[in-house]
Ligand binder design. Structure first.
Ligand SMILES: Nc1ncnc2c1ncn2[C@@H]1O[C@H](COP(=O)(O)OP(=O)(O)OP(=O)(O)O)[C@@H](O)[C@H]1O
Ligand SMILES: [Mg+2]
Length: 324
């Protein structure tokens, strides 16, 4: 378990991390999301004792990193895959790590095998591709067989096979009861990999909840209806304050209302239904709504912000899916 209490980091007059209080539980994969510059890497560095908090504490298994007797055996991390001596072989790098941390050297061959680098373990790390470097970084994180695994953008640069492999590995580490804390900008991947999410923006906590709960909070969730009496249903929904949007291919699409509510309303008023279906928001849509106001380094023009209740945006987004 990782515990943050009031964790704050200021660089000069800039606050990178602001009063973060949360727990990353064991036995789950927790995704760590937020726009560029929102403070994810800074938070991870403070958890590893690489940066000193301006205020608050970061604890691993209830203790600050500096108080851990065998840090690599308690928390394994990958923050920067390029932070490896390029002239060393992958094996020599891991052996040096093992020796300096009191870890049996035979463990090196196990982790090389786990990450699929055995065949190239004798090669200079400087000749490794981006994905091979990521794999070596993950091998280093696993070396001490730690209870807590923390990875900063581990799937960055990996091919589809590698992405699938990281996902399976994270899931199996969590299934073994370990704490897995992983940052990424790939929302579709996070939706598949994570059980829970911590979302930050400009250093502040925006969400800390199970993935399903974060998605359920999106205004892009909708109920779609095909019915010969859609007009009557629309009037009933409007009377309840439910927003109805126009979407091609559907007689009626209502947002921020449950499938059950629409079904019961139709039943109560004898409105025939040809089709009633739920359109679930993607994590990407939910994330864009949550962080829209916190993006610091956005492009000047481009995709309109997915502000809550932005009617045109909602209809356009839902339409794209309905038309599939
Ligand atoms: N050593 C440092 N000195 C000064 N400012 C820093 C330092 N490290 C980070 N920052 C600032 O802190 C803020 C948070 O940066 P951080 O790297 O933690 O963001 P991030 O969420 O990891 O972003 P990304 O998604 O781009 O990796 C940024 O404004 C960054 O410029
Ligand atoms: Mg970062």
């Amino acid at each position: 378990m990782i515990t943050l209490r009031g964790l704050t980091k200021r660089y000069g007059d800039r606050t990178a991390v602001r009063d973060l209080t949360l727990e990353v539980p064991a036995g789950r994969v927790t995704g760590f999301l937020g726009p560029n510059g929102s403070g994810k890497s800074t938070t991870m560095r403070m958890i590893l004792g690489l940066d000193r908090p301006t205020a608050g504490v970061a604890l691993v298994g209830g203790r600050p990193y500096g108080a851990l007797r065998h840090p690599l055996r308690e928390v394994g991390a990958l923050l920067d895959a390029k932070a490896v001596h390029p002239g060393r072989s992958a094996r020599a790098h891991l052996v040096a790590m093992a020796r300096s941390n009191g870890i049996a050297v035979r463990r090196v061959e196990e982790v090389l095998d786990t990450v699929g680098l055995t065949a190239v373990a004798g090669r200079r790390v400087g000749s490794f591709s981006l994905g091979m470097g990521q794999r070596l970084g993950i091998a280093g994180a696993l070396l001490g067989d730690p209870r807590v695994v923390m990875l900063d953008e581990p799937v960055n640069g990996l091919d589809p096979d590698g992405v699938l492999w990281v996902r399976g590995l994270m899931r199996s580490l969590a299934a073994e009861g370990r704490t897995v804390f992983v940052s990424s900008h790939l929302m579709s991947e996070m939706e598949l990999m994570a059980d829970r999410l911590v979302v930050i923006g400009r250093g502040r906590l925006i969400a800390d909840a199970p993935v399903a709960e974060v998605i359920a909070g999106s205004s892009r969730n909708a109920v779609r209806v095909r019915s010969p009496r859609a007009g009557d249903l629309a009037a009933l929904l409007a009377a309840e304050g439910v927003e109805v949007v126009e979407v091609e291919g559907w007689d009626l699409v209502a947002v921020e209302v449950s499938l059950e509510r629409v079904g019961l309303l139709c039943h109560e008023h004898g409105i025939p239904l040809y089709e009633l279906s739920a359109r679930e928001a993607s994590l990407e849509e939910a994330y864009m709504e949550l962080t829209g106001a916190s993006v610091e380094y956005g492009a000047a023009a481009g995709i309109p912000a997915a502000g809550a209740g932005a009617r045109a945006g909602v209809a356009a987004g839902l339409g794209a899916v309905a038309g599939r």
